[in-house]
Design a protein around this ligand. Structure first.
Ligand code: PRP
Ligand code: MG
Length: 212
């Protein structure tokens, strides 16, 4: 039997809510996060638990058919991947922030500055658009510590509650984009699996309607 292969985040902010929306769609997944792959008992679906940043490439390669992923990750690494549904949860911003003590005037202040980030493409596009040149330091996590340890003058990262910025004495000065979880689709999805996707979308749409 053909099964649709869905990628969801292995651990992190999207994981729980991704499993919850599948559950609300009446799809029971056997096994928890300990395994990297699981199947549904009552829907032709296989679930792959993957690292966020790897998901766009898996979609591109057609190794998975669909994914629940932050739109911000697609903007950074998967602009070629299409979105079937916006899911309304895991809302966040991708923002530039500087130490609280710094007086901020405009985006021009970033000229020649060192920015630590996990979102280099997003930052470069944003700055290019504004005619600003900065020096990027790409790091994969704990980005907000960079100014405190002298690695950078500013950071660009996800802002959700704002508590990580606050704890690190940083202030948000530019919101580059807003994001939410989306259902993304592989360009290589087969016709058969597309039919399963349509069934899933139908259920997701009624769940989202009920959530209001
Ligand atoms: C994420 C993100 C921000 C923080 C934003 O980090 O990179 O640092 O959450 O959330 P907040 O505004 O609610 O504080 P995460 O904790 O996932 O860890 P990581 O950066 O080390 O991957
Ligand atoms: Mg972080």
């Amino acid at each position: 039997m053909t099964k649709i292969r869905i990628a969801i985040q292995k651990s992190g902010r999207l994981n729980e809510e991704s499993l919850q929306i599948l559950k609300d769609c009446g799809i029971s997944i056997d096994n928890g996060k300990d395994q990297l792959k699981a199947s549904s008992r009552n829907f032709p679906m296989e679930v792959f638990y993957l690292r966020n940043g790897d998901i766009p490439q898996y979609l591109r390669d057609g190794v998975v058919d669909i994914a629940i992923i932050g739109e911000n990750v697609l903007i950074e690494k998967g602009e070629d991947i299409s979105i079937a549904e916006r899911l309304g949860f895991s809302k966040c911003k991708v923002s530039l922030a500087v130490p609280k003590s710094v007086k901020y005037n405009s985006i021009k202040d970033f000229e020649g500055k060192r920015i630590a980030t996990s979102y280099p493409n997003t930052v470069l596009n944003y700055l290019k658009d504004k005619g600003v040149k900065a020096d990027l330091h790409i790091i994969n996590g704990s980005v907000e510590i960079a100014p405190n340890i002298g690695l950078a003058d500013a950071i660009c990262d996800i802002v959700s509650s704002g508590s990580t910025l606050f704890k690190n004495n940083l202030k948000e000065v530019e919101v580059m984009l807003t994001s939410e979880a989306v259902l993304a689709v592989s360009p290589k999805i087969t016709v058969e699996r597309k039919e399963l996707l349509e069934k899933l979308q139908f259920r997701i749409q009624s769940v989202l309607r009920a959530r209001g």
